[in-house]
Write a protein that binds this ligand. Structure first.
Ligand code: SF4
Length: 366
């Protein structure tokens, strides 16, 4: 197929759904890792069109959602300082910290700016040499290359007023944590196509072998998604714990080598805290010692912050696929996109936001 519109073809998608129905002989639980895939699945109602044997659960692949509350509180503290221009992607401005969000900081006089690239933040630093510019560098493997490039460029330009508040996380350790948890129900994974476009899928075979789960690299259009699900079901029914690529028009096994090289140049692996889930061993990246002077947590004294999580919010269970958003007592009542209690109700990739936006309340949820 040559055109993206063909991957949205309803009759082709229905044909694959029927094939899934003929293939599935027993119940299977499959997790889509990526929040972008969750939104596409819920928007197109694919989960409701699947045979009853197949349950899709939503994973932790929403970067805004898993950024730890402590780091949000640090962002709020840094952004409140008069000498700081705090630059961030727009989603992060509405994510609630312990007491407020970045919009509140801006309303109180903080200089909080929405940017569309970390390189925009580097430009801000060049244009404002008398101010400290801090970029909120969050995300999975997809954002890491551009965030690393911002550090490289700031260094090349000799900027002393630019720093990064880093919360970079990685998918493979999250899969390991989910599969290792005592309450795990997930039997197969759809691996996110855009993460795999950067990193390839060479990291997945050891996980598939160790935990006896198939992992299928999957894209984002309806036909991509049902093809990824079909291949996962075929592997599950055949008892094969293989890694396969159902998104070959964008993904190779090795991935984007220059992007991986710049990540390695700037970042090194470290333990990371995931909001609502806890610390996962070697699940993130931090700045290497050569770039440590660009670390905003060191440049500004933000130690001693004690985050306070909303007691109603069960986003940690939602992000691990153990609860659906509609299982949360606060969903659609105390917690809405206008008044979110947790990040999963804010982000354009959050599962709670998807369920709210597409009307998946308890009596309609799959
Ligand atoms: S509906 Fe709101 S309170 Fe409930 S899990 Fe989602 S974000 Fe948290």
């Amino acid at each position: 197929m040559k055109y993206l519109s063909e991957y949205r073809d309803a009759s082709l998608t229905r044909a694959v759904l029927e094939e899934i129905g003929r293939t599935a002989r027993q119940p299977w639980v499959i997790m889509e890792i990526c929040g972008g895939q969750t939104h596409a699945i819920v928007r197109h109602g694919l989960d409701q069109l699947l045979p009853r044997e197949i349950e899709l659960v939503h994973g932790p692949g929403c970067p805004v959602c898993v950024t730890p509350l402590e780091l949000i509180d640090k962002a709020l503290a840094i952004a409140s300082r008069p000498e700081v221009i705090f630059a961030s992607f727009g989603d992060m401005l509405r994510v609630p910290g312990s007491g407020q969000d970045l919009f509140h900081v801006r309303a109180a006089g903080g200089d909080v700016r929405v940017v569309y690239s970390p390189l925009d933040a580097v430009r801000l630093a060049r244009e404002n040499p008398e101010r400290q510019v801090v970029f909120f560098a969050i995300g999975f493997e997809t954002t890491a290359p551009a965030n690393a490039m911002a550090a490289v460029q700031a260094r090349a330009l000799g900027l002393r007023n630019f720093s990064l508040l880093v919360s970079q996380v990685r998918v493979p350790p999250a899969i390991r944590a989910i599969l290792s948890s005592p309450g795990n129900r997930v039997q197969g994974f759809l691996a996110a196509g855009h993460v795999s476009a950067v990193m390839g899928y060479w990291e997945y075979p050891p996980l598939a072998r160790e935990f006896r789960v198939p992992i299928v690299v999957t894209g984002f259009e309806p036909l991509d998604l049902v093809q990824g699900i079909l291949r996962t079901v075929q592997l599950l029914e055949a008892g094969q714990a293989h890694v396969e690529n159902a998104y070959s028009r964008a993904v190779t096994e090795a991935g984007n080598q220059p992007a991986q090289a710049v990540i390695r140049q700037v970042f090194e692996e470290c333990d990371r805290a995931w909001r609502g889930i806890g610390t996962i061993s070697m699940s993130g990246w931090r700045l290497r010692s050569e770039y440590a002077d660009l670390d905003a947590e060191h440049r500004f004294d933000v130690s001693g912050i004690q985050p306070i999580e909303s007691p109603e919010c069960i986003a940690g269970l939602v992000l691990q696929g153990r609860k659906k958003p509609s299982d949360c007592a606060a969903f659609g009542g105390l917690c809405t996109p206008e008044h979110p209690l947790g990040a999963t109700m804010v982000s354009s990739e959050g599962a709670c936001a998807a369920y709210y936006r597409y009307g998946r309340f308890a009596d309609t949820a799959a």
